[in-house]
Every structure is written in structure tokens, then in C-alpha cells.
Design a protein around this ligand. Structure first.
Ligand SMILES: [Zn+2]
Length: 268
């Protein structure tokens, strides 16, 4: 099996004219008139390496360059994760060419995915920013918000960056209070997902509504409402952790209400 390679220019992936992602092998690479800037291995899979190469952007007849967000909902979660890793490895490469402490050029670490400043003896790894993402629920309802960063009207979970000195549960309580003015309790972890815009690790939680009335932070959110599990607005795709938290809640409420209906029938 040959090694395969993502080709990225200006943070966009080489694709066919129809927008299908292209993974090149070593032979294909030579057929394109691409000017290589750097190449990194991003993972080993089933006996071959997956690599990413950064190239000088050029127009190629019959091909186009596409940003990763366009693949949301098209890729499986695993495909999106690997392509996201490719993008983040290149970002790390370009963002850590010099030491932030002394300004000298860094060198590639001998065996880690890291760059080293030999003068300061510091290693720079790709930066990860941990975040919480949470679905707040109240019986059959969940709280969803239309965020300003979403151009179209789409409602999703609340999310925020973990600040230094915080644990994820404290971040969750702070973010929910800041963004919608509500208190929550019974916080429980569900699942996580890497999110490459630009380098988050999303920690997904459920939380129960405790008290307060919705008061939206106008800087980040356009509107936020309670939605019944069977009357949801447009939500993020199932490949995102936000979509998965909402789907899990819907499933739970369906099962809960179906059980209650059966119990009621039995009693009657
Ligand atoms: Zn240094």
C-alpha cells in the first residue's frame, strides 16, 4: 500500500471540480506542477502513512481548493478528524517557526510532533484549546442558541473555552450564566470531539436547568429558546458533537415518553 497525502494551499484542500477531496499517492504528486513548502506525516494507518503537504497556491485546470468547513456533513466523523489533523499540523508548522521567548528559529524535534528552541530548551507542540459544549435540558425541552458566527439560522448547543485555572464544570457554569443567564446543575460528561477551527478539543456535557430566565448575551448570540425534543429548529449535522448531544437527548425523551405511555396503558 502506498502512502497517501492531503494537499493544502492557504488552508484549503485540493479537490476535484465537483468538490471531492483528493488524496494523492507518491506517483500522483509528481504529475502535478505543485511547489512544495513542507510535508509532514500525520498518522500511520493499516501499513501506510497519511501525510499532508503544504504547497504554493496555484490554479489547476479541472481542480479547485476547498476549505474544511465545506466537508461538514459530507465526511464521516473519522474522515473529518483526520483532515482536521492535517490542517492543524500545518498551522502548527507555520505558527512555531520561531521561539516565542527568545525569537530564534526553532528546529524539528527528533521524534515528537514538536518544534524545539535549542537556546531555551523549550518544545512547542501543536496547540490544543479545550472547550466545553453543553446541552441544557428541562424535561422535554432543551435550550438551543443561534450563534452570531453562524450566518444561517441554525440553533446549537452552548460552548466556550476553558480558561486557565478552571475545570470544565466551572467553565460550563460560567459560560451558561454569561451567554444565557441561567443556572444549571447535574452536569454530566457525554463525549468529546476534536474541532479544527482552529484547534479545540470539545468536551460534551448534559446539564439540567436549575433556575433563571433566558437573558441572551448579545455579543455572541442572536437568540436562544427552549425547544421541545419533537419540535426542533435546524440543528448542526450529526457529524458534530453538538448534533450528537441533541440527537442523544431526543432519543432519551422518545424512550422516556414511550415507556410512560406504556405504563399508563398498563395501569388503565
Ligand atoms: Zn528560545
Amino acid at each position: 500500500m502506498q502512502n497517501v497525502c492531503y494537499v493544502i494551499a492557504d488552508e484549503k484542500f485540493l479537490c476535484t471540480e465537483d468538490g471531492d477531496l483528493i488524496l494523492l499517492n507518491e506517483i500522483d504528486v509528481q504529475e502535478f506542477s505543485l511547489e512544495l513548502i513542507v510535508k509532514h506525516k500525520i498518522k500511520h494507518h493499516d501499513g501506510f502513512d497519511v501525510q499532508v503537504m503544504s504547497v504554493i497556491p496555484i490554479n489547476l485546470d479541472g481542480f479547485k481548493w476547498v476549505g474544511l468547513r465545506n466537508f461538514l456533513g459530507q465526511f464521516t466523523e473519522a474522515e473529518f478528524q483526520t483532515a482536521g489533523r492535517a490542517l492543524q499540523v500545518l498551522r502548527w508548522h507555520f505558527d512555531h517557526q520561531f521561539c516565542g521567548r527568545c525569537g530564534n528559529p526553532t528546529v524539528q524535534h527528533t521524534h515528537d510532533l514538536a518544534k524545539t528552541c535549542e537556546y531555551c530548551a523549550i518544545d512547542f507542540y501543536p496547540r490544543l484549546s479545550p472547550c466545553i459544549i453543553t446541552l441544557i435540558t428541562r424535561g422535554d425541552e432543551c435550550l438551543l442558541a443561534w450563534h452570531k458566527r453562524s450566518k444561517e439560522e441554525r440553533y446549537s448547543c452552548l460552548a466556550g473555552f476553558i480558561e486557565v485555572g478552571e475545570n470544565p464544570e466551572q467553565t460550563l457554569e460560567r459560560e451558561v450564566m454569561e451567554e444565557v443567564g441561567l443556572s444549571v446543575n447535574n452536569i454530566r460528561y457525554v463525549a468529546s470531539q476534536p474541532w479544527p477551527f482552529p484547534g479545540q478539543l470539545m468536551l460534551g456535557y448534559f446539564a439540567d436547568y436549575a433556575n433563571g430566565d433566558i437573558r441572551v448575551d448579545q455579543d455572541e448570540i442572536i437568540s436562544a429558546h427552549w425547544f421541545r425534543y419533537d419540535q426542533l429548529p435546524t440543528i448542526p449535522p450529526a457529524s458534530t458533537i453538538s448534533g450528537q448531544l441533541i440527537s442523544a437527548f431526543v432519543q432519551q425523551r422518545k424512550e422516556h415518553n414511550s415507556y410512560n405511555n406504556n405504563v399508563a396503558k398498563t395501569i388503565i
